[in-house]
Each structure stands twice: as C-alpha cells, then as structure tokens.
Ligand binder design. Structure first.
Ligand code: IVH
Length: 674
C-alpha cells in the first residue's frame, strides 16, 4: 500500500505505540522501575507488529525490529574511531596509592583528585555508535583497534536503546558509547541447566557465556540468550561536550543507556580505597560478577593532560579484588617448549574450580621458581587466578606431602627434539638451542598466525601441528606457498575448509606493519613495542636497517629490546625468513600518519625545573604532538626548554645557536595545537 493511502490515524497510532514501547523499555531496563505489567507490554507490542505488517510500516529502529535479521556468513570488521584501550591493574592498597601519587607527580600537584568509582564488570566490551540519535553500528572490542560488527546481535539486547531519548538532552550528531555486555548469574545458571539438559556443553562462566552469545552468526540465538549491558564511557562524540566523567555517566542515563547504579564520586584516594573495601564485601551479594573497582579521574581536562600509554590511559586504574584461590593436587610436572625455545615447567593438576573457571594447569615459570616454591609431584598446592592471567601456584601445603615425593629436576634434553638443553649462566630461562626443534617451530608458527600476529582465521594449534607433522611447512613463509590441493588429502579437511584456510592465509599478506613485527616473535617485542616501532620506522626494511643507536631513540625502547632486535635481524636465518616472506608478497602496511602532528620531526631537550609541568608531563605533551625528546643537546636539537636553574645544556644550546624556550614560550608552542 502506498504511504498516501494509509489512514492518518494508523500512522499516528504506530508513532504512539513506538513511543510507549520505548518508554516502557526504558522504565524497565534503565530505571529498573516498570510502570506496566509484562502482559500489557506484550499487548502493545502485538498491536504495533500487526499494524506495521498490515501497512508495511516497519522501520529498522522500530521496537518490533530487534530480532529478525538473517544469519551472517561471517562478521565484518569495524575500525574503532578511537582505540578501545584497556586498564592497568592494581592488586593491593599500596598499588592504588602509588597510582594516586604517580598522577600527582605527573601533574605536579598536591591537590586531591575527584575520582569516579565504578564496578569493574566481568563481561565482554562493546562499542555502540549512535548517529543522529539512532543506533547504527555495534561492535566488539577486538584488538582495541578493530572489532567485529555484531550490530544485529546487539540490537536483540532490550536494554540497548535503538534510539536515544531526547527529552532532557538532545541527541548528539555522533556518539560512541562503550560498555560491557554481561549475563546475570541467575540467568546464567538457568541457561547452563537448559544446555546440559539438551546435551550441550555448559559455559565455564558468565563472561564466556556473554562473549559466546554475542559472537553468534545467527541473531536468533543471541536473542534467546539473557544478555544485559552497563555503559561506562564514550569514545568520539560530536555535537555535545562534557567536562567530567560523572557528567558523561549522568548524560548516558538521560539518553536512555544503562549505567550501573553503584557508581560513585569521591575526593581523594582514601575515600576510593574505603569504597573498594565496601564494594568487595558487597560483591558476592550482587546478581552479576565483578572483579574489581575502576578508579577514574573525574575531570576530563585532567584526563586529557594525563593522556595514555600505548595500551592504557594514565588516568584510570582497575583496582582488582583479592584473587580467588583453591587447593588441588599436582599430578605431574610437564615441560613445554615455547616459540623462542624457552622451556617452561607447568604443573598439571586435578581439575579444580577457581572463581568460576576450571583450572587444571598452572605455570611454574622456570627451574628456580619450582625450586623456590618447592613443588613436587603429588603435592597439594594452593592455586590462584587473578583476572585473565594464567593460574599460578601460590604455595605447597607441606603437611599434605605424600611420603617419597621427589624434587623436580629439569630434563637434560628437549622433550620434543632431544637436543641437550642449555641454561646460560646468570639466566633464569632454560632453552632448547635447536632452531629446527619441532616444539619451537610449531610455537612460532602458532604465534605468527595468532590474533596478535597475522590473525589468520582458522589456523589454530591442531592444524599447525598437523601441517608441520606431515612436513608441509617448516617455517612461516611456507604457509604462503600452500594450496587447497595440499590440504584436501589431509585428515579433517574438506574442499570448503581447505579453501577457507588458504584464503585466510592469502588475506594475511597485507597487514598493519605492527602486526607483522609482532608476528615475527622477537624476544621482548610484544604488541605495544611493535606499535611503537611501526610508528617510528614505517617499514620493515627501515627497522631492519636501524642500528642500536637509532633503536634507542624510539620512545619506549630500552637496551634490552634494542639488543634483542639487533640480534634477531643480524641472524642470517631470520634474514632469510624475512626475504622469503617478502618474496611471497607479505607486506606490513605503514600506520596512517597521525594527521596534524604539529611537532613532528622536532627534537626537544629539557633542562632545569619547570613550575607548571612535571618533566614526565612535559615530555608526554611533546611526544603526543609528534615531537621527540632526547637527553643531550646537539646541532640536531630544535628546541632547548630551559626552566629554573638550567644546567650546562643551556650554555651548549647557546654555543650551538639552538632555539631556547622558557616555560611560557614552551606552553605557547604547545597551545599552537595538538
Ligand atoms: S574503562 C579507557 N570502565 O575492563 C578505559 N572498563 O581492562 C577503558 N571494564 O576492556 C575501559 N568495567 O571491558 C572501564 N567501569 C568500567 C569497566 C571496564 C569493565 C572492562 C572493559 C575493558 C576492560 C579494561
């Protein structure tokens, strides 16, 4: 029926029903204070559904449209406009106090901060994008830069508004909301009971259940899962501005987004610590799982000054609750060979539940650690798990040691290839020196293909073991020569799955440079360092050509990392590997140059004390604008910033004719734009 033939009373009734249903949703999910019965809500929904069907009036943001999208083949990738960072952890009161002191030092202030304190939800981080008030895209956090587009699944969560409420505060042009999707404990228990009754495996904990439910290709499955959300922050916002985190949270509520009612604002770290204690005692009475309290500096102006390190902002801290512990028995001590050839002892234990997760292995780190803790096979041990980290053995319960238990001894030969193991004097780590060791070979290929590396979908441990085992690959460059025909004869492969893996491998030929650097598995070079290196050198060739001095010039690269990089790139085997990768067409794409880096290419040296900045903040302000800070003055120095009582650098700058700035001129230069 054409729009003009629809009776006007139908059009207005449809609008009215949508308003009512949106309002009742808000009362129910956000305010937790419904004003109609479920039956009445259902009646309104049925009426709207019928009218929309009869007159063809359904729109994507109608409350009737939460379910009904078609299953997907795969999720598209979404780039976050601003990276979704993670949080630095603190595990004790002392560490929380250190955080507070660090901020005061950085900002050169003795004043107490206003802090916003929020429960740290244990679920799955998501971003919701609202354009002109309408939900357009929802995604998972992914690696922080790119996540998966799970819009149609997020739309099935009734607590997520499809349109922002506008009566108090008009909707902004663009709003990126960050929050945590989670599952309430009673609902989680019910879901698991249903699954077990149907012969399906239970979820280990509510977090896995939430993450698993969000990543369903068929939104009908997600719709049937009892998911909920608490929002805790924003990314990019256009058309509205905030002064404080507290204001952000209050405004999110006005817009109809769900915010945890336990949030608080307090002045000073003492009050924050007191609240942490209170929250920890409330913790087990809550209907959902939290694993700590997040402390955030309230003032957004201060947040801006504090800025971020590579992975986490300086202005926030996850102050965790005490780790959950349990006792169990050590069945054996295995040694694993890692990708760098490092041999790590692992305790294999009777499975035990620790804080909702079943644990059966714990790392023992290295030979000295095993000796220090005195762990023997047969011992009863206390194990703990804090957050996502690998469970660890805290101590042995000596009273329960069985007679005849023998101390652990590191094997003399590699458990995988039999090569005699080495442990250089002064080092803690024992290694298998054989570069062809099947153990380190497969580990390094696994690392290469992993999420943090080239992110090759579907190429997991089992398949890699299989490919190395049959001799199809012996290093990562061999991956790119594989064809579907190589794989099809192998067990577990059909034409389709073989094709999928090959296309995933081919798709990984062009990745952001930092992924390629990280994927190489250079000792001491993780994601964060790889990003710094990619930003600085812009190509793998430039990185390989850098000498130790050049490397040390990269902010965040110290002696150990620089030495390890040189050692890696000087090794002829590694150079040959990189040549083979390049020949196969593997290329690291340089990071997009940050637009408007006003101090890019400028080198600064500081001397003397500044009054309004700590040295650390002054440096951070320069690097945030693309500039570089070095410690000694040379003809290459662009600016020397001289504070009170400058040292000999001042005279040297004068002698070399380098521009000298006082504190006021430095501030002026910074104000020139960020
Ligand atoms: S703020 C820039 N607030 O913790 C700050 N995160 O380790 C980034 N989380 O990925 C996050 N509750 O999934 C923040 N109230 C809260 C949170 C919270 C849970 C999770 C979130 C994030 C992880 C950071």
């Amino acid at each position: 029926m054409a729009q003009k033939d629809i009776p006007p009373e139908v059009i207005s009734r449809v609008a009215e029903l949508r308003d009512q249903l949106n309002y009742h949703n808000y009362r129910y999910y956000v305010l937790d204070d419904p004003v109609v019965s479920d039956a009445e809500f259902d009646r309104l929904m049925r009426e709207l559904t019928r009218l929309e069907e009869d007159y063809g009036l359904a729109t994507p943001d109608s409350p009737t449209q939460r379910v009904g999208a078609q299953p997907l083949d795969k999720f598209e990738t979404v780039r976050h406009r601003q990276p979704m960072l993670s949080l630095e952890n603190a595990f004790s009161e002392a560490e929380a106090r250190e955080f507070d002191e660090r901020l005061k030092r950085f900002l050169k202030t003795a004043e107490e901060f206003d802090y916003v304190l929020e429960p740290k939800m244990d679920g799955c981080a998501v971003e919701l994008v609202y354009e002109q008030g309408r939900l357009t895209v929802g995604s998972t956090r992914g690696d922080g830069y790119r996540g998966e587009n799970v819009t149609q699944n997020l739309k099935t969560i009734r607590a997520i508004p499809l349109n922002l409420r506008e009566e108090k505060t008009g909707a902004p042009e663009l709003l990126e909301v960050r929050g945590e999707v989670y599952m309430d404990l009673p609902e989680f228990k019910r879901l698991n009971e249903d699954r077990l009754a149907r012969g399906e495996p239970a979820f280990a904990n509510p977090r896995n259940a939430a993450a698993g439910s969000l990543r369903q290709l068929d939104p009908k499955i997600t719709a049937a899962r009892p998911l909920n959300i608490y929002c805790y922050g924003v990314g990019e916002v256009r058309g509205h501005s905030f002064d404080t985190q507290w204001q952000v949270l209050q405004t999110l509520k006005e817009w109809g987004l769900r915010v945890n009612p336990l949030i608080a604002r307090q002045r000073g770290i003492d009050a924050a610590i007191a609240l942490h204690r209170q929250l920890e005692s409330q913790r087990h009475g809550l209907p959902y799982e939290i694993d700590g309290m997040v402390i955030k500096v309230d003032s957004l102006a201060l947040q801006e000054r504090l800025g971020a390190k590579t992975r986490s902002p300086r202005w926030a801290l996850a102050y965790k609750f005490a780790a959950t512990q349990a006792t169990t028995r050590v069945l054996s001590i295995e040694v694993n060979v890692g990708r760098t050839g490092a041999v790590t002892p692992m305790a294999v234990m009777e499975p035990v539940e620790v804080g909702g997760v079943t644990v059966s292995r714990a790392t023992l780190h290295n030979e000295d650690e095993v000796a220090r803790k005195g762990v023997r096979v047969g011992d009863t041990v206390l194990v703990q798990r804090a957050g996502d980290v690998i469970p660890e053995v805290v101590k042995v319960i000596l009273e329960e040691r069985p007679p005849g238990a023998q101390p652990f001894r590191m094997p003399e030969n590699c458990p995988v290839c039999g090569t005699p193991l080495v442990r250089p004097a002064g080092e803690k780590v024992t290694r298998c020196p054989n570069p062809d060791c099947f153990g380190s070979q497969t580990r390094s290929i696994m690392h290469f293909a992993s999420k943090a590396g080239m992110d090759i979908d579907g190429l997991g441990e089992k398949i890699i073991l299989q490919l190395v085992g049959v001799g199809l690959i012996s290093d990562v460059s061999d991956l790119y020569g594989l064809t579907a025909d190589d794989l099809i004869p192998l067990e577990r492969f059909a034409e389709k799955s073989a094709g999928n893996i090959i296309s995933a491998i081919q798709a990984s030929k062009e990745v952001p440079l930092w992924r390629l650097i990280n994927a190489l598995g250079i000792r001491y070079v993780g994601e964060a360092t790889a990003q710094l290196l990619a930003e600085h050198f812009q190509s793998l060739e430039a990185l390989m050509a850098a000498d130790k001095e050049d490397l040390l010039h990269v902010e965040g690269v110290g002696e150990q990392v620089a030495a390890s990089l040189r050692e890696f790139f000087d090794n002829e085997r590694n150079r040959a590997l990189i040549r083979k990768l390049t020949e196969a067409g593997v290329r690291g794409l340089p990071p997009e140059r940050r637009a408007a880096a006003p101090l890019s290419g400028k080198t600064f040296v500081f001397t003397g004390g500044l009054s309004r900045f700590s040295r650390e903040e002054a440096k951070a302000q320069v690097t945030a604008r693309g500039g570089k800070v070095t410690s000694s003055v040379s003809a290459k120095t662009d600016y020397v910033v001289a504070g009170a009582d400058p040292g000999s650098k001042y005279a040297k700058a004068q002698a070399l004719g380098v521009t000298i700035l006082d504190e006021a001129a430095f501030e002026e230069l910074l104000r020139g734009g960020k």
